[in-house]
Design a protein around this ligand. Structure first.
Ligand code: ADP
Ligand code: TYD
Length: 206
């Protein structure tokens, strides 16, 4: 079972991923959680480059760097875990590239889709939760984050960029309503968790 979480920065994805992990483990599942970009030595190194404020990166170079980090993660971690029968929970996956590089950076969506196919090698989530939160709410949440640090290179992209990213996610939801589940994110975290679990219960039976 492969499940990914999506949303703009500060929407509460990591919080929900942690809650779902605990819930699944209580039910006897072996769960692997990974974040993107990251989770392997190489992908964490690429993450540092991508998020650092020390340099600018052109949109196409950004697309290729996120994709390189992903394909290494798929080949060395995600695919082997799925083959073992583990549940894989991913904090961001391929929809982030469609939303951020495709809609946010306004790269050609067909080229982004091509790059995504190459990077994922057909390893795709069966369910994706999009925690939908307006930009201002996400900004507020990040401000109060206990490990609150300076905004990274992506987080400095500004309101218009994040409005496009959010609209991009909603267009994915419209085209793939079965897989891509929109969860209204301005709710109590327990209420969100319960809605997520309700979607997973039938998958555990199957
Ligand atoms: P993301 O992984 O999407 O960046 P986080 O899970 O790190 O988001 O959450 C960002 C901040 O918002 C954290 O301080 C977290 O405690 C808080 N948060 C998470 N879920 C909620 C919620 N439903 N309501 C209010 N604050 C939340
Ligand atoms: P991260 O700290 O994981 O995000 P969050 O603040 O939501 O926890 O940072 C990852 C950043 O990279 C985030 O701004 C989204 C962006 N990103 C892309 O632009 N494209 C991608 O394909 C991925 C995986 C992430």
């Amino acid at each position: 079972m492969f499940i990914s979480f999506e949303g703009i920065d500060g929407s509460g994805k990591s919080t929900q991923l942690g809650m779902l992990r605990a819930w699944l483990e209580e039910r006897g599942r072996t769960v692997l959680t990974v974040r993107e970009p990251g989770a392997t030595h190489l992908s964490e190194s690429i993450r540092e480059i991508l998020l650092s404020n020390k340099q600018t990166i052109t949109p196409t170079a950004e697309l290729l760097l996120f994709s390189a980090a992903r394909t290494h993660l798929v080949e060395t971690v995600i695919r082997p875990a799925l083959e073992r029968g583990d549940v894989v929970l991913c904090d961001r996956y391929v929809d982030s590239t469609t939303a951020y590089q495709g809609h946010g950076r306004q790269l050609d969506l067909e080229q982004v889709a091509l790059c995504n196919r190459l990077a994922t090698q057909g390893v795709l989530p069966s369910l994706t939760f999009f925690i939908d939160v307006p930009y201002d709410e996400a900004q507020l949440r990040m401000q109060f984050h206990p490990t609150g640090t300076e905004p990274d290179r992506m987080e400095r992209s500004g309101r218009d960029f994040f409005e496009r990213v959010r609209a991009g996610y909603l267009s994915i939801a419209a085209s793939e309503p079965q897989r891509f589940v929109v969860i209204p994110g301005v709710q109590d975290r327990t209420a969100i968790h319960e809605q997520i679990c309700a979607q997973i219960v039938p998958m555990l039976r199957g």
